[in-house]
Structures are given as C-alpha cells and as structure tokens.
Write a protein that binds this ligand. Structure first.
Ligand code: MN
Length: 245
C-alpha cells in the first residue's frame, strides 16, 4: 500500500553499463521500497553521463526508464533535478519515465517541511574553474551544438569529459570541492527554509547551522560509487538508510 507520509531522496547513483551492481540495486529500489512511498526525488547524477534523449532506447536507459515508468504508473510521484553529469536529461526522458524535471535549486514541501533541494554543485563556489565550465555547458547554445552531433560523437565527448573531470578532481584540494559556508547561508536566506538536502560532494552527512537566529540543517546524500543509500523522510524525521557494503 502507498504510504503518503514517506518520501525517498537519493542522488549520485552514477548508473553506467559497467557498474552492474549499482544498476540492479537502483532497479530493486524502484521495484521495492520506493513503491510504498508517495514520492521519490532524484537529486542529480542518476546517470554517469547522458548524451541526449535520443539515446533513451539504449539497453541501460531503456531498463531504467521501464523501472521508473512502472513506479510512476503505480502512483509514486518521481521528481528529478540535473547533476553535473546528466544535465542533458530532457523532456523526452521525463515523458518516457513519467517523471517531473525540477529546477536547481528549488524549495518544496517535503512531508510538511519546506525543503531546499539541489544537486549541490552550485554550493561549491570555491571551485571557480568548475563554475565557469558549468555555466558554459548549461547554456542553450552549447547544448544545441552538442545535441547536433551524432550519438557516437556525443558518447566519445562524454567519456572524455568524465575522464577529464576525474583528472581535474585529482589535482584540486578537498576543500575546494566541498560546499562553502557562504553559499549554504545564502541559499537558506534566499528561500527562508531551514532544511537543505543535496548530493554531489560524496561526503554524506548531517550538518547544523544557525542562520539569522534559526536552526537550519543540511543533509548530504551518499554517492553510489560505494554501497550507496538514500534518505527516507517522514513527518517524524529523516532516516539515513545505507546499503550494506
Ligand atoms: Mn555531481
């Protein structure tokens, strides 16, 4: 039976043909625990990379879409925002999966609590090089040029970008790739909310802040390169669920 008072949130599943364990774990979640929930939020980087909705009938996307479609057909509402790997997920994918695309950041009522939802990359404001790249690849002009390339070329570009991002990360300090307090404060103030949930940094945790006299909390979702997990939000609070390693 559908429990209207539970929402699941996850991010950074980084689905790829190579990591079959994560694929099965994600599909099991869709066919299992998520079915009993009112909502599932995917906060970015569901896929290791996405080259365009015209790739939706490739084997991995087709399985993921079928899983999402079965879930949404069963009554669970699925909402997704983009990560830095799958920002080309478009309306075609959303329609096939039966899900809704969200802006980043967005503030929504999650189980009675106004909650700011983000992928998390926008909070890493010390990484100026990355923010410049982000602005470039999110521009309509860049995306139109990319999507005009043949699929095989886009796959090659995406694989190259993934490798390049790994090399860039290896050369940056840990601090540069984490969120900044200034960006976190600013987003709490902008929305006047006290709860923020995001992924991206691969530093799962729960952090408390005092902003303009209010107690605020920031939850960071785990990535699925490791065992992975998700948050289960009910009116009673938040449960941090991790898969066994
Ligand atoms: Mn990310």
């Amino acid at each position: 039976m559908l429990s209207l008072n539970a929402s699941l949130l996850l991010s950074d599943v980084h689905l790829s043909e190579e990591r079959t364990a994560q694929v099965e774990r994600f599909l099991d979640l869709l066919a299992g625990p998520a079915r009993d929930c009112a909502e599932l939020y995917v906060l970015g980087d569901l896929f290791e990379y996405w080259v365009g909705d015209d790739d939706a009938d490739a084997p991995l996307p087709a399985r993921v879409i079928a899983g999402l479609r079965a879930l949404t057909a069963g009554g669970t509402r699925v909402r997704l925002l983009h990560g830095n790997r799958d920002f080309l997920l478009g309306p075609g994918f959303a329609r096939l999966a039966g899900l809704e695309l969200l802006d980043d950041p967005v503030c929504l009522d999650v189980q009675g609590v106004p909650t700011i939802l983000m992928h998390g990359d926008l909070l890493c404001t010390d990484d100026v090089g990355y923010q410049t790249l982000r602005a470039q690849v999110r521009s309509p002009a860049w995306q139109a040029t990319m999507l005009a390339q043949p699929l095989a070329v886009r796959h090659r570009i995406a694989r190259g970008a993934t490798a390049e991002s790994g090399r860039a990360k290896a050369q940056k300090s840990e601090e540069i790739m984490d969120v900044t307090d200034a960006a976190v404060d600013a987003v709490f103030r902008r929305f006047g909310a006290r709860r923020l949930i995001h992924g991206h940094t691969h530093r799962p945790g729960h952090h408390l802040y005092r902003v303009d006299g209010s107690d605020c909390e920031r939850w960071v979702l785990p990535d699925w390169y490791g065992p992975g997990g998700y948050l289960r939000v009910t009116p009673a609070g938040i449960e941090d669920i991790r898969f066994p390693g």
